[in-house]
Design a protein around this ligand. Sequence first.
Ligand code: UD1
Length: 324
Amino acid sequence: MKILVIGGAGYIGSHVARMLADKGNKVSIIDNLSTGTEENLFADYDFYKGDILDYSWLVSIIKHGFDAIVHLAAAKAAGESMIRPEKYATQNLTGTINILNSVVEAGIPLIVFSSSAAIYGEPKYLPIDEAHPKEPTNFYGFTKLEIEHLLEWYDRLKGIKFAALRYFNAAGYDIEGRIQGLEKNPANLVPVIMEVAAGMRPRLEIFGTDYPTPDGTGVRDYIHVTDLAEAHCAALSHLAEARQSFAVNLGSERGLSVLEILQAARRITGRSIPVSTVGRRPGDPAKLIASSAAAKRLLGWKAKYSDVDTIIATSWRVYEKHLA
Ligand code: UD1
């Protein structure tokens, strides 16, 4: 297939693009390189540098003729979204509306969208399945939920078939070690810990130690980015075959606390990783764990690389290389 990966130079997009190309697809990439990096681009891709907010430019690229779009271009820091909602409204909502409208103009029938566990908000029960109430507690999650609603309407009215992939906490780096680009100004736990281990920032701030969890720190379902890339490939194949829209959770179905990740990182990197404890971050639930039963049933997909050691070891390999 000819596939356009929007946001393909970014952290998750680069892993997805590499795997799609490895499976024999022709991959083109759009990225504005605001958070993505050229280091993540490979010679077998066609690369178009530009912004999804530039509608006429976007249409001119999308009209090249693609079989499917994978859309991963978004701002993703849940904490920042509560302080700068206007940035998230524009980049995530306006950006996606531009993509959807240009997809309609170009007549592209299939789209795979990076959604998020953030659409569920505070869990009413665990593990979280796809039927769980959707009440986001941060603006970032709200934008992802609104985009899912837009996709449902464009399916109904324009026949665009979509897969909404609700990622839990993406982490780790390419199992084969090919993706080397570091995230710029990361806010997520694992890259922050890696930066501390690498001496790029002084300490990890632990956001709250008084949660109702076994060790008092937040528990999340960390999913290895290579597992995510495999899920995108499976989702695209399923979409192309069944021509029916769907939404699935992508998680490991296991919870890890901040302290468990920290301990694994100290052990694997051999670095001390200083920490300080600060208050809770607004909008952070205590515990999130996915049910990925639907992804298993529909796509035959299951996390393979999402144990804490593989997540930390594949991440540290990349940060260590940058240090050297
Ligand atoms: C959030 C979203 C998630 C989304 C991701 C994208 C929610 C509830 N979740 O994940 O759906 O895919 O952003 O970026 O909105 N922590 C620290 N110190 C730090 C950083 C994080 O203690 O410096 C803690 C957090 O409090 C949390 C855990 O580590 O308990 C993971 O945080 P983070 O990596 O930021 O991801 P989420 O907020 O869970």
